[in-house]
Ligand binder design. Structure first.
Ligand SMILES: *[C@@H]1O[C@H](CO)[C@@H](O)[C@H](O)[C@H]1NC(C)=O
Ligand SMILES: *[C@@H]1O[C@H](CO)[C@@H](O)[C@H](O)[C@H]1NC(C)=O
Ligand SMILES: *[C@@H]1O[C@H](CO)[C@@H](O)[C@H](O)[C@H]1NC(C)=O
Ligand SMILES: *[C@@H]1O[C@H](CO)[C@@H](O)[C@H](O)[C@H]1NC(C)=O
Ligand SMILES: *[C@@H]1O[C@H](CO)[C@@H](O)[C@H](O)[C@H]1NC(C)=O
Ligand SMILES: *[C@@H]1O[C@H](CO)[C@@H](O)[C@H](O)[C@H]1NC(C)=O
Ligand SMILES: *[C@@H]1O[C@H](CO)[C@@H](O)[C@H](O)[C@H]1NC(C)=O
Ligand SMILES: *[C@@H]1O[C@H](CO)[C@@H](O)[C@H](O)[C@H]1NC(C)=O
Ligand SMILES: *[C@@H]1O[C@H](CO)[C@@H](O)[C@H](O)[C@H]1NC(C)=O
Length: 891
């Protein structure tokens, strides 16, 4: 002992030191017990320094030695501060100090591996030391409840070492923090009481499967939160006190909790319909439900439940037992699929869904739900198939939430449905085919993985099987190919009002990423009836367009055709559409585009379209030029997209007759009237885009006095002074800018001339715009990020060198318009065909997928893959497999 070498100058000090140090080497516990005795006042009954401590009342020692095994001072009427040395009672198994007036800091019990039971409740302890329960490997019972002056402490995670724990009581004991997720470590835990503390967070998942019978978590200061689904897995529960917290969500099905007799749920934030099993719990005696927002039918408990409080502040459809109105039941089912959000529970009161219910509109008779609009509510969960029971539903708007799962196919049977918007969610990419009358807007995350195992076979020959995921970026805007019936529809409607050509075509963009980190957008188009001829044409056009490279055209990297369905793989444009930046910038929190940016964009677009028009002897006509088809890069440079509609005209001068395609407001009059299209139809649409750029107005604005932008704009320009007032308020032009705006306005008028022959061609447009952009030109030299710098090869040379997968496209003779403008062409090299299998209607199908690797010519550029996908019968899920085979990655 180190102190023995010290010099001590007085006897009393030496004695004191001796007494203090003695227990460290003592073979018996007498010193600790004397210390304990001297700490307590009054001295406990039957305790005295004149009696051997093993003979003290309620103290037990080992038979063979003077080592204490039990101390029972419960309700002994003592006060004082416990000595720190208590932890030297190496054989102590039982320590009962409850119901006294003990105070101060608790001694630590660290390393007291013999301790099995500790009772400290109903005292006045003020703090617990760190690690005070560490390594109590035999602890069964710990009780520290009712120590109201304890300083805050947390349930220690190291308690997992106490694997024999049976009872843990710490009610009204200043416990803070979360309930740690450690309950998998206590196979015997039956009693957990933590009432009247300041615990926060949710019920830990490790409660699941535990043996807990008594669970008291009521009356937390701030309140426990989250759902209580885990109770369903706690089959031994008998008494559950959760009242006075912030718990939410629905009451789970507790039918596995056969011994449950007492369930206190009042004063929380519970929502949803009570599970019918709750009313049939065999042992239930008392239950409280008041002060929640419970929904659905008012509960009716059997008479064996003697103590029921339901209260009047829940949101049951009626104030007495009985079924809810059918429409109410349907909507509750809908809410259930979303986890019964509080916003529904608060607003959906009563038994009439047409009575001021949030998110709901009804028909004029006020009886049937026609609109459900839950846009931008942050809801998660899934789309309930029960929506299909709302047979009068016209608009179902669920965009910008966090919905997962599939779109229930049964929704396609809704007879009145017109609008179905599920954009910007995390839905699976299995979109049922709606009737053409429904405008479907889809976007979201492409989630894969779970059910992939089913399609056995996978992709032999490919090594990587990454998880694919993509995020849908663009919303359904444009119409892929507009069908003949739409033309009829248009003719029927056009005298009524201007509107957009709408169809059942679905265009979807998915953002994905190739293994070399090239970002791509995949668009899916569906169109009902497209004849063989139409499909051939489409293929031919696409085959050429996959080879078109221009810095102002969004590169079409590949495509895939399956029946009436097409998938187009584009390069990805991060800044979205010009339409968003012009019309929705406030909503989307963009900066408004400056005039300089607008000018540069118009020139970009003009150049892109000019290139299309003069790409080949067979001129290409875009046919659907509009702000939502103009995509922007991070540098706010524009690329024209969506040439799914391009028309391969036999020669640039003469018109071709086509199915009417495009968007009202942008349709050249001669095209709308005759269906015959020339490149001048694009010039007209470009003029409308210019007007939109100047005014910030959409081509058709039903709320304006003159809905049609062109008509209105032409009216404005009768007096040039009107122009200033008509410019986009976001521009606020100075004089120099205003001059530039006037020039562009004149060009817009020319482009939208009634007679196609009076309109300039795109080359002239480019020439007019060029000088206007000059003073605003960006200081850095124009560099093309997306395409690379590949001006040394002519387009036709590259195309001839390229492997030509499509015969029709072989015939196209491509000529060059301006070498400087034309960019790199990629060579397609066929990769080994990939065999893929799937089971369809129990039948094995084998599909040969020819994958073309797309190789960039220029030096130093990484390869891209997945350039061209063709498969005779390729279903959507199949494409997904291919993507996977190509190791598309989650981004
Ligand atoms: C202490 O208890 C033991 C056994 O009960 C007894 O034999 C012994 O006499 C007691 N000693 C005193 C001092 O009371
Ligand atoms: C408990 O035991 C461990 C080792 O078993 C030791 O490191 C630690 O210091 C001990 N704690 C106390 C307070 O004795
Ligand atoms: C309860 O805990 C929260 C943080 O978890 C704290 O902000 C609050 O002050 C505590 N309340 C009391 C009464 O201790
Ligand atoms: C209940 O237990 C099952 C099976 O162990 C598990 O899959 C499920 O996630 C558990 N539920 C909860 C809410 O813990
Ligand atoms: C629930 O019922 C049991 C048995 O009747 C009773 O002991 C208990 O105190 C009751 N609980 C409440 C909160 O009323
Ligand atoms: C009913 O509950 C109240 C308080 O919740 C309690 O005082 C009473 O004893 C209970 N009655 C029965 C029969 O359990
Ligand atoms: C919805 O309709 C189906 C089939 O008609 C029916 O089985 C189901 O109970 C209905 N659901 C609701 C909530 O009314
Ligand atoms: C309202 O719904 C009921 C039942 O679904 C249906 O029979 C009735 O025709 C609907 N009324 C209207 C005006 O849509
Ligand atoms: C959306 O849901 C996913 C999975 O359910 C979740 O991880 C994510 O945090 C949620 N996002 C938002 C913004 O709620």
């Amino acid at each position: 002992m180190a102190t023995h070498t010290d010099h001590h100058h007085s006897f009393p000090l030496l004695l004191l030191t001796f007494l203090t140090l003695l227990p460290l080497s003592s073979a018996d516990d007498s010193a600790v017990m004397l210390k304990l005795l001297s700490s307590l006042s009054p001295a406990p009954f039957g305790w005295s320094s004149s009696i051997p401590f093993c003979n003290w009342t309620n103290v037990s020692c080992k038979l063979t030695s003077s080592l204490v095994t039990a101390i029972n001072l419960g309700s002994a009427g003592v006060s004082g501060v416990l000595p720190l040395e208590l932890n030297q009672l190496s054989q102590l198994q039982y320590l009962a100090l409850q119901k006294n007036s003990l105070t101060g800091t608790l001694p630590s019990f660290e390393n007291m591996t013999s301790l099995e039971q500790i009772y400290l409740d109903n005292n006045d302890f003020t703090s617990v030391p760190n690690n005070f329960l560490l390594r109590l490997t035999n602890l069964q019972t710990f009780s520290i409840s009712e120590n109201v002056n304890l300083g805050p402490w947390e349930i220690p995670s190291y308690l997992t070492e106490s694997t024999n724990l049976l009872t843990f009581y710490a009610s009204n004991a200043s416990v803070t923090g979360i309930i740690p997720n450690i309950f998998g470590s206590f196979p015997n835990l039956q009693n957990l009481r933590l009432s009247h503390n300041n615990l926060t967070g949710s019920l830990p998942g490790s409660f699941s499967g535990s043996e807990i019978q008594i669970l008291w978590l009521n009356n937390q200061e701030v309140g426990l939160s989250g759902r209580i689904d885990v109770l369903a897995n706690m089959t031994q529960l008998a008494q559950v006190w959760l009242h006075a917290n912030m718990l939410s969500g629905a009451i789970p099905d507790l039918s596995s909790c056969k011994n449950l007799f007492d369930l206190q749920l009042r004063d929380n934030r519970f929502t949803g319909v009570l599970p019918p099993s709750l009313m049939n719990l065999p042992q239930l005696l008392n239950i409280t439900l008041q002060n929640n927002k419970l929904q659905g039918p008012y509960p009716q408990f059997p008479s064996t439940v003697v103590n029921v409080t339901i209260g009047t502040t829940n949101s049951f459809c009626l104030d007495r037992p009985g079924p809810c109105d059918p429409q109410v039941s349907i909507l509750l089912d809908v809410a259930g699929a979303l986890g019964y959000p509080m916003s529904f529970a608060e607003s959906w009161q009563g038994n009439n869904a047409c009575h001021d219910w949030r998110f709901i509109n009804c028909n004029s008779q006020g009886r049937n739900v026609t609109v459900v609009n839950m846009s931008r509510q942050g809801f998660s969960g899934s789309i309930s198939p029960t929506f299909a029971n709302l047979t009068s539903l016209r608009n179902l708007v669920l965009n910008d939430n966090n919905l997962t799962g599939v779109i229930p196919p049964v929704l396609t049977t809704l007879p009145e449905l017109q609008t179905f918007d599920v954009s910007n969610n995390n839905l699976s990419w299995q979109i049922p085919v709606f009737p053409p009358s429904v405008r479907v807007t889809y976007s979201g995350k492409l989630l894969l993985g779970q059910n992939d195992n089913e399609s056995s076979g996978g992709a032999p020959g490919t090594s990587t099987a990454g998880i694919i995921s993509g995020v849908i970026v663009a919303v359904v805007v444009s119409i892929g190919v507009v069908l003949l019936f739409l033309y009829k529809c248009y003719v029927r409607r056009k005298h009524k009002r201007l509107g957009r050509v709408e169809g059942g075509n679905v265009t979807i963009s998915i953002r994905g990423e190739l293994h070399d980190e090239t970002k791509i957008a995949v668009k899916r188009m569906e169109s009902g009836a497209m004849g063989m001829k139409g499909m051939k044409e489409f293929q031919a056009e696409i085959a050429v367009l996959t080879k078109v490279r221009h810095r102002h055209l969004v590169t079409l990297l590949g495509y895939c055709i399956n029946g009436n369905e097409r998938l187009l793989v584009y390069e990805y444009m991060p800044q979205g559409t010009l339409g968003q930046h012009l019309f929705e910038w406030q909503k989307l929190c963009y900066q408004p585009l400056s005039w300089k940016q607008r000018l540069i964009i118009t020139l970009d677009v003009a150049r892109g379209v000019e290139y299309l028009h003069s790409l080949a002897q067979q001129s290409f006509i875009h046919r659907d030029l509009k702000p939502s088809n103009i995509l922007l890069s991070d540098e706010m440079r524009a690329k024209v997209s969506d040439f799914g509609l391009v028309k391969n005209a036999p020669d640039g001068k003469h018109s071709v007759e086509t199915r009417l395609a495009g968007t009202f407001g942008y349709l050249a009059p001669e095209y709308a009237a005759t269906g015959r299209v020339t490149t001048k139809a694009d010039v007209y649409a470009f003029g409308v885009v210019l007007m939109a750029i100047i005014t910030g107005r959409k081509a058709v604005d039903e709320t304006a006095s003159e809905a049609h932008l062109v008509t209105w704009f032409q009216g404005v320009l009768i007096n040039e002074d009107n122009l200033r007032e008509s410019t986009d308020p976001a521009l606020d032009p100075d004089d120099e800018t205003y001059e530039s705006i006037c020039e562009v306005a004149k060009l817009a008028i020319q482009c939208t001339a009634q007679q196609p022959t009076q309109r300039p061609d795109m080359g002239q447009v480019v020439n007019s715009l060029g000088p206007l952009v000059e003073p605003w030109k960006p200081s850095e030299p124009e560099e093309d990020d997306a395409i690379g710098n590949d001006r040394h090869m002519s387009l036709s040379a590259i195309l001839q060198a390229a492997e030509e997968p499509n015969k029709d496209a072989d015939d196209v003779d491509l000529s060059i318009h301006d070498t400087n403008e034309y960019q790199a062409q990629q060579v397609f090299e066929e990769m080994p065909g990939t065999k893929m299998e799937r089971k369809l209607n129990g039948k094995d199908e084998v599909c040969n997928v020819a994958l073309h690797e797309c190789k960039a010519l220029e030096e130093g550029r990484k390869d891209t893959s997945m350039a061209n996908l063709k498969c005779k019968d390729l279903c959507l899920s199949f494409l997904v497999k291919i993507m996977q085979a190509n190791a598309w990655r989650h981004i």
